[in-house]
Ligand binder design. Structure first.
Ligand code: SF4
Ligand code: SF4
Length: 432
């Protein structure tokens, strides 16, 4: 695609990157067929190609974001299905991240939207605040159906149970069982440790059982993805810096084989730290080193090799490949191979490339489209009649569990169960 940025515009490193991405696009439109919002809405402006044109026009003309641009970019899930499909290697993720920052800097949203987004940006990355807000939601139980708009929708989507905080989510070191094979730092995350602390517990049991020392580093926390995808670059970079500092310290005190991540949405972002800090000399090298160390937990387990299962399962599992794992990180085979080795019978979900509608905060700020995508995903899953659903991302797990009676669990919970851990919480009343 031809571009017309001025020399003055190209003095900015982000514009240089945007130009490079725009020039790679040959308008072929292959990406439209696999874009969930285009599939639902059939509007070119809700396709990757249409959004690329909108972004090009906005950036080239140095325009503040218009309501039209914001509408169509806000509808983008950042699922990155378009990147998997694109034959020209267009890095849509970096382009849309840049556009979102531009929108935040140049567009004034209506007050209710601004307040809602600010609330999410403050609360979700902070486990203590998030927990407190969920307690508040339950106290509002009797009146929650009266609350208006997106806020009401969010309150009604809150999970029905609030688990206690887990002792594993504090800075500490978990020694390897038997001879140590790897030393790992675990990203124990933010929202996940509130909604499903059993996932970090299962991860630590699984990894230590397979000979890994696991470090939960002092000072590490939210990866920054939640606010990054809302265009809050400075807040995202501040959260990323805290993690880079925390893990670099661990790296310097005994080495690290990997930073292991069990929330694939976060994994995509941590693997991108090197790019995010490429223009910041004090962090560029450190960030690139951390990105190079970042691995999804199933990548690590594939390297380690899963121990023989200690119990027969035979349960049928519909494995939902989170977009961040299949498109963002291109980790496709390891989760399925590990579940099969653990004794589960896998069922392939039709339209597996389509997002479930979770997409970070998407299901909170775009509830209608998110609901349509969830219903479509669950209808595809229901046809398989699985015993349970597995996924590698807390957002997908929460999104899918809200619309089905079929238990939804994290892949590591199943691997842990199969190799000697307790039965996953979501299966407590099923499968004796
Ligand atoms: S990231 Fe997903 S929703 Fe956004 S344009 Fe690409 S395929 Fe469509
Ligand atoms: S598939 Fe790639 S090159 Fe073709 S229109 Fe989409 S982004 Fe552009």
């Amino acid at each position: 695609m031809q571009t017309n940025f001025s020399l003055a515009q190209l003095a900015d490193a982000d514009t240089v990157e945007a130009e490079k991405i725009l020039r790679a696009c040959v308008h072929c439109g292959f990406c439209t067929a696999t874009c969930p919002t285009y599939v639902l809405l059939g509007d070119e402006l809700d396709s990757p190609r249409g959004r690329i044109y909108l972004i090009k026009d906005m950036l080239e003309n140095d325009r503040p974001a218009s309501a039209k641009v914001v509408k169509h970019i806000d509808r983008c899930l950042s699922c990155l299905s378009c990147m998997t499909t694109c034959p020209s290697g267009v890095h849509y993720m970096h382009l849309v991240d840049h556009a979102r920052t531009h929108i935040e800097e140049t567009y004034v949203r209506p007050l209710p939207d601004r307040l809602l987004r600010r609330l999410l940006q403050i609360v979700l990355p902070n486990p203590a605040l998030f927990r407190l807000s969920l307690v508040g939601v339950w106290l509002a139980g009797p009146i929650k159906h009266l609350l208006p708009g997106k806020l009401g929708g969010m309150v009604r989507m809150a999970p029905r149970r609030l688990p206690s905080p887990s002792p594993v989510d504090r800075p500490q070191v978990f020694p390897a069982e038997g001879p140590q094979r790897k030393r790992l730092a675990l990203l124990n995350g933010c929202a996940q440790q509130v909604l499903a602390p059993q996932i970090n517990e299962a991860t630590i049991r699984l990894l230590t059982r397979h000979g890994c020392e696991v470090v939960v580093a002092e000072g590490a926390g939210c990866c920054g993805a939640l606010v990054h995808h809302m265009g809050k670059r400075d807040q995202a970079l501040a959260q990323a810096r805290a993690n880079i500092d925390a893990w670099s310290k661990v790296l310097g005190q005994g080495g690290l084989d990997a930073v292991v991540i069990n929330t694939s949405g976060c994994g995509t972002t941590v693997k991108d730290y090197g790019f995010m800090f490429r223009e910041e000399p004090a962090y560029a090298d450190k960030a690139a080193r951390i990105s190079a160390l970042a691995r999804d937990v199933t990548e690590i387990m594939a390297e380690l090799g899963l121990q023989e299962p200690v119990r027969a399962s035979g349960l049928t599992v519909a494995y939902h490949a989170a977009c961040s794992l299949q498109h963002g990180q291109r980790v496709l085979a390891p989760p399925k191979a590990l579940l099969a080795k653990a004794g589960f019978a896998l069922r392939d979900i039709p339209e597996a490339h389509l997002c479930c509608g979770s997409a970070g905060t998407y299901n909170l700020v775009q509830p209608v489209l998110a609901g349509q995508l969830r219903d479509r995903k669950l209808a595809n899953i229901a046809r398989l009649e699985p015993d349970l659903i597995a996924a590698g991302n807390i957002g997908c797990i929460t999104q899918l569990a809200g619309g089905t009676e079929t238990p939804v669990v994290h892949t590591v919970e199943l691997l842990d169960w199969a190799t000697g851990g307790p039965k996953p919480v979501a299966l407590a009343d099923s499968f004796p």
